[in-house]
Design a binder for this molecule. Structure first.
Ligand code: SF4
Length: 323
């Protein structure tokens, strides 16, 4: 069996807006192995969520347009799938957990009903079997007294429990890939750690691959093996998690790491990255980070940097490393 589960090559996603064409994702490429765990990090608006939505076939066209040289999942070309074929894969083979469960859960149905429907829409089983699977899955994700709580409505649960329900819904069909988009951002810090631990544990138990999308480098430090750093629609650096933290190459990644508070540091001296992300309607011709980069050279403002690999497995898109 091919050890690569997902291969994306040169993904471009653009949207026609009233003001003009916005290319939200511009040339993103990565692979995810079976059982592997990739983190995609960047500020909001950098294209990380749009990347995930295009993978799930959830970008409406029009106004969106998705193009890629390659978009293969488990031996299939996702670009060739009909809407119905995509619907079968979504939920069954690819699960997704979003940031805010209240916007994903339907407030008028019980949680038991919603998790059961997720199974019934993909597997040919009876309602009774679906209910048994639902109780077992809610138990597995740490919902106390699941036999009773399947009758609860989303508003009767805490934020942490609602996120556990979302994880149960995403995993009940045992997908090969879980895409988690800021799954812990809306939660308290202690609950965040519990939910991340749970996702890691389930991923290992099920031998599933995971893509963790986050603005928080602390989250990828905890759960990811490989990391992509995105900025203004492009991947600017990629490496294993250890290299990203010990030896970040791109000035943007370095800036992100310097802006994380440390216990031994005076927080009033945190080093924030100056300036703003470029307007995606008017992307500058050279490096998209140039207006915020302390090491910018003339060439950076004229020419888009090449993607190079100064260390084995560690890629960066920056003129400082081009030979
Ligand atoms: Fe900075 Fe130039 Fe590298 Fe861009 S290419 S990150 S502007 S040094």
């Amino acid at each position: 069996m091919d050890n690569v589960l997902l291969q994306m090559d040169d993904l471009k996603v653009s949207f026609q807006t009233m003001q003009g064409l916005v290319t939200a994702v511009d040339g993103v490429s990565f692979t995810v192995g079976r059982g592997a765990n990739l983190g995609i990090v960047g500020e909001s608006g950098c294209g990380k969520s749009v990347t995930a939505l295009s993978l799930m076939g959830l970008i409406s066209s029009p106004p969106g347009r998705v193009e890629a040289k390659k978009l293969n999942f488990d031996g299939r070309d996702l670009r060739q799938l009909s809407a119905e074929e995509y619907r079968k894969i979504r939920g069954r083979e690819m699960g997704m957990v979003f940031q805010e469960p209240m916007t994903s859960l339907n407030p008028v149905f019980t949680i038991g009903n919603q998790v059961s429907e997720a199974v019934l829409s993909h597997l040919k089983i009876s309602r009774r079997e679906a209910r048994e699977m639902t109780v077992a899955m809610l138990d597995r994700v740490g919902i106390p007294d699941p036999e009773r709580r399947i009758h609860d409505y989303p508003h009767q649960l805490s934020g942490g429990l609602r996120q556990r329900v979302m994880i149960a819904m995403a995993l009940i069909c045992k997908p090969k890939l879980l895409i988690a988009d800021e799954p812990t951002t809306a939660l308290d810090v202690t609950i965040q750690a519990q939910v991340l631990d749970l996702m890691q544990e389930l991923r290992e138990d099920m031998g599933m691959s995971m893509i963790m999308i986050t603005h928080d480098l602390g989250v990828v430090a905890e759960v990811s093996e490989q990391v992509l750093i995105m900025y203004a629609g492009m991947v600017v650096e990629s490496a294993d998690v250890g290299s990203i933290f010990k030896h970040p190459l791109h000035p943007y990644t370095q800036g992100l790491l310097h802006s994380i508070p440390r216990l031994d540091q005076d927080v009033s001296r945190l080093d924030a990255i100056p300036g703003m992300v470029p307007d995606m309607l008017h992307v500058p011709p050279g490096c998209r980070f140039a207006n915020r980069c302390r090491q910018a050279m003339d060439k950076c403002r004229r020419q888009c940097p090449e993607n190079c690999e100064p260390e084995p497995g560690h890629r960066v898109c920056c003129w400082l490393y081009a030979s």
